[in-house]
Design a protein around this ligand. Structure first.
Ligand SMILES: [Ca+2]
Ligand SMILES: [Ca+2]
Length: 232
């Protein structure tokens, strides 16, 4: 324990020296919906206010006091026929093409149905950094620019699904965690060039049920976290 203050000081110095000059935003998005008006359609003010930048026409994206412990975003649609999404971007419209990036979210599906999470560039949605599909048989599929796989995990209605995508943009790979279990390690996303700047969370064209989204956050993991691992 006596070493802790000096370690902490070293970490602070390490961190501040590494970031000196550029000082990038460490938190690019933090959407927890806790300060939003309940039971009305979410606004589209963007990351600065923890809101999406756009909602597909016909998507019902309402801030709900239940069923998660704090307010969350309930995604539903009144008719099938189109896949519909809430689109989130990062502070300042930033697109991340180097370093590390963590994308964290909590999903709670109301029933077995088809729910989608797409990770894309800032403007447009052609660079497939990830396509996550919760399928209507409870299976979970993942693809990107490379061929898809069925993950070794399933979901059940009402379950809290804590997903975290951890990208290494320099290596062109990512890890995917679900409820603290590593599902995919160092998978190549296959995208050449470009960067990550948007997250689409939504419902497929056949989906009739609802998906709750909370605690969507995008961060650059701090070098101190990597550094600290060496002392454990
Ligand atoms: Ca919340
Ligand atoms: Ca890894």
């Amino acid at each position: 324990m006596l070493l802790r203050p000096s370690v902490a000081t070293a970490l602070m110095l390490f961190s501040s020296s590494l970031w000196a000059g550029s000082e990038p935003n460490l938190v690019l998005l933090d959407a927890d919906f806790n300060d939003k008006t309940l039971n009305v359609l979410i606004g589209t003010g963007g990351a600065i206010v923890g809101e999406p930048v756009a909602l597909s026409s016909g998507l019902q994206a309402v801030v709900s006091p239940v069923p998660l412990p704090t307010p969350s975003l309930r995604l539903g649609q009144s008719s099938t026929g189109s896949a519909r999404f809430a689109e989130f971007e990062f502070l300042g419209g930033e697109e991340v093409s180097t370093g590390r990036l963590s994308i964290f979210m909590v999903l709670k599906p109301a029933a077995l149905d088809r729910y989608l999470v797409n990770i894309r560039e800032t403007t447009g949605a052609t660079l497939q950094f990830a396509n996550l599909v919760l399928m209507n048989d409870g299976a979970i599929a993942l693809s990107d620019s490379n061929a898809g796989v069925l993950l070794g995990a399933t979901y059940i209605p009402g379950q809290n699904l804590v997903f975290e995508f951890r990208y290494d943009m320099d290596a062109g790979t990512y890890d995917l965690w679900l409820n603290n279990t590593l599902l995919v390690n160092d998978r190549s996303h296959g995208v050449v060039g470009g960067g990550i700047g948007s997250i689409y969370v939504g419902l497929d064209n056949t989906t009739t049920s609802q998906l709750f989204l909370d605690d969507l956050s995008v961060t650059r993991p701090q070098p101190t976290e990597v550094f600290a691992d060496g002392f454990e």
